[in-house]
Design a protein around this ligand. Structure first.
Ligand SMILES: Cc1cc2nc3c(=O)[nH]c(=O)nc-3n(C[C@H](O)[C@H](O)[C@H](O)COP(=O)(O)OP(=O)(O)OC[C@H]3O[C@@H](n4cnc5c(N)ncnc54)[C@H](O)[C@@H]3O)c2cc1C
Length: 501
């Protein structure tokens, strides 16, 4: 039995970041990961000569003052090499009009959106005002939702006067903002916003919380921006791992946590894990759990039976989406020239496809070739309810249908694919241990975001949640913010309030 002050379950970006911060502050930390490598949904895998980003392909928060950059500065390690995406994405509504380029440079984006969506200026200006207010608030490290007086004190400290004004919109949606601006019937704008919001909030304009949506709609522009990592997404995890090694975190791979219980005698958490051959037990006063909270129903059985209302809350969390991800490679000359690494287009078959294309020579494919990754949302139950034969057939059909959509959109001849494979929710479950392969956390609608979401502080003392189901939500930047929040809560519970981050 091994003992440390903090045990972290899961070495995705949330687990790596919280382990790195706490260890840097001098706490002893054990990090347990079921996979052979770190990164989770932001990891990579290798096939032939190619390196594919499993899920996340672009990173927010690497600019000065952004959450990743603040954390790297605090840890005293360099940020991974990256280039800004400009345009961050090209969105093709396939309605015969010119695709929309989401420029990094603010003035170019303002001109673009006024040309593409005449009369929408008031809406964008309103989003900007809300976002600016949100941003100051988020940078002040609020704790949300509030679980005790310390959390409340952090929330109150983070508020600025403009938050009181934008607070009126707490229960509003992006569609309410469109209505205020007289744009509720602007179908083209709504179509565009639906595509973009679904990527970042899992919801459409009618269900995305106005306060959340206003910020994600501004993330591609100065002074923020989205970044393309050199080599692969794994370099983000590798950078964090280098800090864990420096500060002596006990990193354990290939052990799957299968049960958690509280040891009343020693007043600490006991974590039971299994490798292929052996069983292990770890003990810690604090336990950070970064697998989706739905997995607690499996892992925390006995304690949950004593907290029925919390168990009900976890049982009744709305089902997040699953993803189908198509990983492919081609010669650069065999795909239409596109002036962005990211492209989103409307497809009659799938609603939309989000496509990430590597940079020639960025380390993902041999020179002259590129990797092309396309993802769509899917209902997880459509895949888990099938027997093996039907599952394999459906997978084959989707691989073919996605190939055809991409061939049509990017002028690709079908014989020019150098590699193609498809991951389904079953694959995601296997890779990340996310139950039913759910991805991206909880939908950011007015009933579930911020104040109304699931708290990092659980009803069990010393058991903390962190990751993309916790404030502020999905994305490597979002989960890093949640890792910072949970680290501050743990440090504060030990009387350490001076984290300089
Ligand atoms: C298709 C797709 C595209 C995306 N695109 C982007 C993007 O472009 N940009 C962006 O910022 N975000 C993107 N995201 C979201 C982003 O990847 C995630 O929100 C983020 O990486 C989640 O990090 P996490 O640490 O909370 O969870 P995870 O990445 O799920 O990490 C959890 C870790 O815990 C481990 N684990 C789980 N259960 C156990 C157990 N029982 N025992 C031991 N270990 C366990 C898993 O193996 C995993 O490594 C995308 C996600 C997907 C699926």
């Amino acid at each position: 039995m091994r003992k440390s002050q903090v045990i972290v379950v899961g070495a995705g970006i949330a687990g790596l970041t919280s382990a790195a911060i706490l260890s840097k502050q001098g706490l002893t930390v054990t990090l347990i990961e079921s996979h052979t490598q770190s990164g989770g949904c932001a990891g990579t895998f290798k096939r032939k000569n190619y390196i594919f980003d499993v899920g996340a392909t672009q990173v927010a928060g690497l600019e000065k003052g952004g959450i990743h950059s603040r954390i790297f500065d605090f840890l005293g390690i360099p940020s991974p090499e990256a280039t800004i995406l400009d345009p961050a994405c090209i969105v093709d509504l396939n309605d015969g009009s010119k695709p929309i380029s989401i420029w990094y440079e603010k003035s170019k984006w303002i001109a673009e959106r006024e040309m593409q969506f005449p009369g929408s200026r008031r809406f964008w200006n309103l989003c900007t005002l809300i976002h600016q207010s949100n941003w100051i608030f988020a940078s002040n490290n609020p704790v949300l939702p509030i679980g005790n007086f310390w959390d409340l004190s952090q929330l109150l400290k983070s508020l600025v006067p403009s938050n009181l004004l934008t607070g009126i919109l707490l229960k509003s949606t992006i569609f309410d903002l469109l209505r205020i601006c007289g744009l509720s019937k602007n179908e083209r704008l709504i179509k565009f916003l639906n595509l973009q919001l679904k990527l970042y909030s899992q919801e459409d304009v009618f269900n995305t919380a106005a306060l959340y949506g206003s910020t994600v709609l501004q993330m591609c522009q100065q002074p923020h921006g989205l970044w393309h990592l050199k080599k692969s997404m794994q370099s983000l995890s590798e950078a964090l791992e280098s800090s864990l090694i420096k500060t002596g975190v006990n990193i354990i791979f290939e052990q799957k946590v299968n049960s958690i219980n509280f040891d009343d005698h020693n007043m600490c958490w006991k974590v039971f894990a299994k490798s292929k051959k052996n069983s292990f037990v770890y003990k810690g006063k604090d336990l950070i759990y970064t697998a989706p909270p739905q997995s607690l129903l499996q892992h925390l059985k006995e304690p949950l039976n004593r907290k029925k209302s919390y168990k009900n809350r976890l049982t009744n969390l709305p089902d997040p989406s699953g993803a189908l991800v198509f990983y492919s490679a081609l010669k650069k000359e065999h795909i239409k020239k596109i002036s962005s690494n990211h492209y989103q287009f409307v497809s009659p078959e799938f609603g939309s496809l989000f496509v990430s294309i590597s940079e020639d020579g960025d380390g993902r494919a041999p020179k002259g070739e590129v990797t092309l990754i396309a993802s769509i949302f899917t209902k997880t139950k459509d895949w888990f309810s099938l027997d093996k034969e039907n599952y394999l057939q459906r997978k084959k059909d989707f691989l073919k249908k996605i190939s055809l959509e991409l061939e049509r959109q990017f002028d690709i001849a079908s014989e020019n694919w150098l590699h193609r494979e498809l991951a389904t929710p079953l694959g995601f479950e296997k890779w990340t241990n996310r139950p039913n392969g759910i991805v991206g956390g909880l939908g950011q609608n007015p009933d579930l975001f911020g104040l109304f979401g699931l708290s990092s502080r659980t009803p069990f003392q010393g058991l903390w949640l962190c990751g993309d189901s916790i404030y502020p939500g999905e994305g490597t930047a979002g989960v890093s913010q949640s890792a910072l929040m949970v680290s501050r809560q743990i440090l504060a519970s030990k009387g350490i309030n001076n984290l300089n981050l």
